[in-house]
Every structure is written in structure tokens, then in C-alpha cells.
Design a protein. Structure first.
Length: 250
């Protein structure tokens, strides 16, 4: 069983992601910090999250942490374990396929709703986020998974909030809660393999939105989502092949 992670695949200290919280609306603030950490890829798939450890890092009692974790389990962002701890769900092909379908469907609608509302200022923000993301990948830093995941989240949600849908935004947030570890893992795989720029589909999405092309925007978004998920599928297939070959030689 994996122990609670203090340093992820990229080697960064996760304590930095969870700062102490004040007493006001304590339960909601603990929940919000854990939720944002999951969305931004601060935890790896399979990471075990223990109540006592998290309470110590957040400098709070165990009660608000327990309640926050319970909420996140109900939202399928985490899953319960028999020993009263919880973990970030493992990555499986079925889970990948299900999340990819849902994200393409819901987020595709969001970009078409956002398209007529985006301004020149919005496009300037989106382009700067892309530039920052490109620089992060060029540096190959140990925090690349976290840094690029956070920038990726900012990019997408800047667009989605322009859709002005109070109903759909929470649905998208739920999907991202379940996808954070996947996006983080994909960033590390891309950094290892190189190839097409990670922001390539983001730039294509901006261009489609600027020319007010809903079909082009949905295609670019779909390509962007599929790229991350395909990187994970490829890694799962490679690991499965290694395991099978090991059994054959055994």
C-alpha cells in the first residue's frame, strides 16, 4: 500500500500546496483547499490521504478534514479505503474512457457558449497563460506536473466562465476533480517524451475562438483532451505489456 505522499512524481513538496487555514468557515476552507489541490494535480493517482496527516499539514483539527474528505468521496474525487483513509482513484482504461467522453461532451458545449462572450482582453489572458505554460515545459522543472496542471486549469476555466452558465460550471468542476491526477500524469509523460508542443491544441483553440468558429473550437478542445488521455493510455498499455512479458519469462 502506498504511503501518504509528501513528494510526487515530480519531486515537489506537497506541504507547500496546503497552507494553514483560519477559523472562519473552517470546514468550507479545508474543503476548498483540498478540492483545489485535486483539480490542480497536486496529488498522484493512488496517493493515500490520511486524516491525521492532512489535519497536521493544514494546522486544524481532524473533524473538518474528515468532513471535507467525505464530501470529496461523494463527488467521486476520492475513494474510501477499509482503514478509514481515502485515496486518489487509480487510473484504469475504463475510467479514462468515461472521463474523456464526459469532458468532451460537456466542455465542448461550454466553449460554444463562451465563444460570443470572449473579448480581446480574454484572448490576451489566454495567450499569456499559454506562453507561461510553454516556458514551464522548457524548464523541465521538478514541479512541472503541478505548475502546468495549474496553468492548464486557468486556461480552460477562463473560457468556461465566459459561458456564464451557473448550472454547467459545477459539472465541469466535478469532472476536473476526477481528472486532476490524470492531467498531472500526462504532463510528466509529455515532458519525458517531448514531441508536439503541449500547448499546440490550446493555440488552435484560441485561433478558432477568435474567428468565432464553434466547430473548430470544439475540435481543438476535443484534440486537447484526447491528447492528455491518449498519453496515459499509451503508458498503461506499455506497463501492461511489460507485466505480461514478465509473467511469460517467469
Amino acid at each position: 500500500m502506498r504511503k501518504t505522499s509528501e513528494a510526487g512524481a515530480g519531486g515537489h513538496d506537497r506541504d507547500d500546496a496546503l497552507s494553514p487555514v483560519g477559523r472562519e468557515t473552517l470546514q468550507d476552507r479545508v474543503y476548498a483547499q483540498l478540492r483545489n489541490s485535486l483539480i490542480n494535480g497536486m496529488f498522484d493517482a493512488g496517493d493515500i490521504l490520511r486524516i491525521v496527516d492532512l489535519a497536521e499539514r493544514l494546522q486544524t483539527s481532524t473533524m473538518p478534514v474528515r468532513e471535507a474528505l467525505g464530501r470529496l468521496v461523494s463527488e467521486q474525487a476520492l475513494e474510501s479505503l477499509p482503514n478509514r483513509s481515502v485515496r486518489v482513484p487509480l487510473i484504469t482504461r475504463d475510467r479514462l474512457d468515461d472521463l474523456a467522453r464526459a469532458r468532451i461532451l460537456i466542455e465542448g458545449k461550454m466553449v460554444t457558449l463562451a465563444l460570443p462572450n470572449l473579448t480581446a482582453d480574454d484572448f490576451a489572458v489566454l495567450k499569456q497563460i499559454n506562453v507561461d505554460c510553454d516556458k514551464a515545459f522548457e524548464q523541465h522543472g521538478k514541479d512541472i506536473g503541478h505548475v502546468t496542471s495549474a496553468l492548464n486549469q486557468r486556461f480552460h476555466f477562463h473560457i468556461y466562465h465566459a459561458a456564464r452558465s451557473q448550472v454547467l460550471i459545477p459539472i465541469v468542476e466535478s469532472l476536473w476533480l476526477q481528472s486532476g491526477a490524470i492531467i498531472r500524469k500526462a504532463a510528466h509523460i509529455h515532458d519525458e517524451q517531448g514531441g508536439l508542443a503541449a500547448t499546440n491544441h490550446h493555440w488552435a483553440l484560441i485561433e478558432a475562438l477568435e474567428r468565432r468558429d464553434p466547430e473548430g473550437a470544439m475540435l481543438s478542445l476535443s484534440n486537447d483532451i484526447c491528447r492528455s488521455f491518449d498519453l496515459i493510455r499509451g503508458r498503461l498499455d506499455a506497463e501492461a505489456q511489460i507485466f505480461t512479458e514478465g509473467e511469460d519469462h517467469g
